[in-house]
Design a protein around this ligand. Structure first.
Ligand SMILES: Cc1cc2nc3c(=O)[nH]c(=O)nc-3n(C[C@H](O)[C@H](O)[C@H](O)COP(=O)(O)OP(=O)(O)OC[C@H]3O[C@@H](n4cnc5c(N)ncnc54)[C@H](O)[C@@H]3O)c2cc1C
Length: 396
């Protein structure tokens, strides 16, 4: 069997993997980035909505090449149709761009390549190599040929359905209540506001929400996430999404150009994201925001932190679990409280009646909230309905 050697092998060329590969390569490491698919970013499994501010944090300049639409704000729709419009000045960090995600992912991979990472397409990790009980690389299938890639450290960036961490003995399993099943149609010939993302709450999307993210005149990603425990049949998300579209005259005569399915985790991250010679980033480490389902920015941040920490580990020649603790600290300092708070909020809100959600949207509409983000919304709810947040008020 062919054997290759490198400092770091990264599994998965999504945003998390490309950022990890880029920063490890910038740190002077010999990096191989594996992607099982034939094209980076395709097929699409995303609604493509991101906020703007975090791009600065990962030092990526906005590029019109991968921005499909620049949003003016967001509209939150209550179950009985009360709306709350947030313009950009209020929408703060929660609203921003709708991406061309396949181009965004390719741009990040291109940066990783420019930094020196070798990218191997159509190469799937199929197992982990152990030596003396520790991870020592991965086995892979490269267009039909099996090979071994020996590395000082493996980065598991293989997304929601991650296997690498599990092969390495880390428990990444999810409770059904901590995952949403999503379905989305890329629609054309519809008549939605091209400048506002729309979020529809309530029993129309049990335990989750419906979204309309515009992609230019007459086009949008129209989708739904339904909490796992509230899916009685596999086809439930389709049933709810079709019902929503049929009832909305702006959408009902539209054309479906693409169907996207997938899962998102809605938990506060995994307990341990490092082991000896192993780092887990992004969806593989369950870093998706439990309220919004957004995970691109978290995957990018975590990937960047991982790449930087690996560069430091290389200087010491130590990729042990202990040496990798700096990565644990970095991502947890930046994201863990928010993930935990939003997980608690999700637990609560998934059980609220349509009537209560109507009241909440009206309360938020009446408030003089300056910048709308999940934190500030929870503060308003704390004032009006303290009983809804008492279990996690210390995070607000
Ligand atoms: C329907 C839906 C809508 C979403 N909408 C949004 C949104 O609007 N905004 C947002 O921020 N987030 C959204 N998300 C979440 C977002 O897509 C993820 O959080 C993000 O892609 C995580 O990046 P990642 O790099 O961790 O994983 P991924 O982007 O999933 O990348 C993992 C990569 O690993 C590859 N891979 C997997 N296994 C192997 C293997 N064995 N060998 C080699 N390669 C492998 C995959 O092919 C993939 O390219 C959505 C998710 C879904 C399902």
């Amino acid at each position: 069997m062919e054997t290759h050697e490198c400092d770091v092998v990264v599994v998965g060329a999504g945003p998390g993997g490309s950022m990890a590969a880029k920063y490890a390569a910038l740190g002077g490491l010999d990096v191989i980035l594996l992607e099982k698919r034939a094209e980076i970013g395709s097929p699409l499994r995303c609604a493509e909505g991101v906020s703007k501010k975090w791009l600065e944090e990962i030092d990526v300049a906005p590029d019109p090449a991968w921005i499909s639409a620049d949003m003016d704000g967001a509209i939150i729709v209550s179950p009985s149709g009360h709306t709350f419009k947030l313009d950009e000045s209020h929408a703060g960090n929660e609203v921003g761009y709708v991406l061309e995600r396949h181009l965004f992912d390719k741009a990040l991979a291109e940066q990783a390549g420019k930094a020196g990472a070798r990218i191997w397409m159509r190469t799937a990790a199929i197992g982990v190599i152990f030596e003396d009980g520790k991870v020592a690389g991965v086995r892979a299938n490269r267009m039909g040929d099996e090979l071994e890639i020996r590395a000082k450290c493996v980065v598991a960036a293989d997304g929601f359905e991650s296997q690498v961490a599990r092969w390495a003995g880390i428990d990444t399993s999810l409770d059904l209540k901590d995952m949403d099943t999503c379905l989305q149609y890329r629609m054309a010939n519809i008549d939605v506001d091209p400048n506002y993302c729309e979020f529809v709450l309530g029993s129309a999307a049990p335990g989750g929400y419906l979204w309309i993210f515009p992609k230019g005149e007459g086009k949008a990603n129209v989708g739904i996430g339904v909490q796992g425990t509230k899916c009685k049949l596999g086809a439930d998300p389709k049933h709810y999404l079709d019902k929503f579209i049929a009832a909305d005259p702006r959408l009902s005569k539209g054309t479906v150009l693409e169907i996207v399915g997938g899962g998102v985790s809605t938990c506060p991250g995994i307990d341990e994201a490092v082991a000896d010679n192993l780092v887990i980033v992004g969806d593989a480490a369950r870093m998706i925001d439990p309220i919004t389902g957004g995970g691109i920015c978290h995957a990018c941040r975590a990937g960047m932190y991982a790449g930087k920490v690996l560069s430091e580990c290389a200087k010491k020649g130590d990729f042990s679990k202990e040496a990798l603790q700096d990565y644990e600290e970095m991502w947890r300092d930046r994201m863990e409280d928010k993930l935990y708070r939003n997980w608690m909020a999700k637990e609560k809100f998934a059980e609220l009646s349509d009537e209560t959600l109507d009241k909440l949207v009206l309360a938020i509409k009446d408030s003089d909230i300056e910048e709308v983000n999940v934190y500030n919304l929870l503060k308003v709810i704390k004032e009006r309905y303290p009983e809804l947040i008492e279990e996690f008020e210390s995070f607000i």
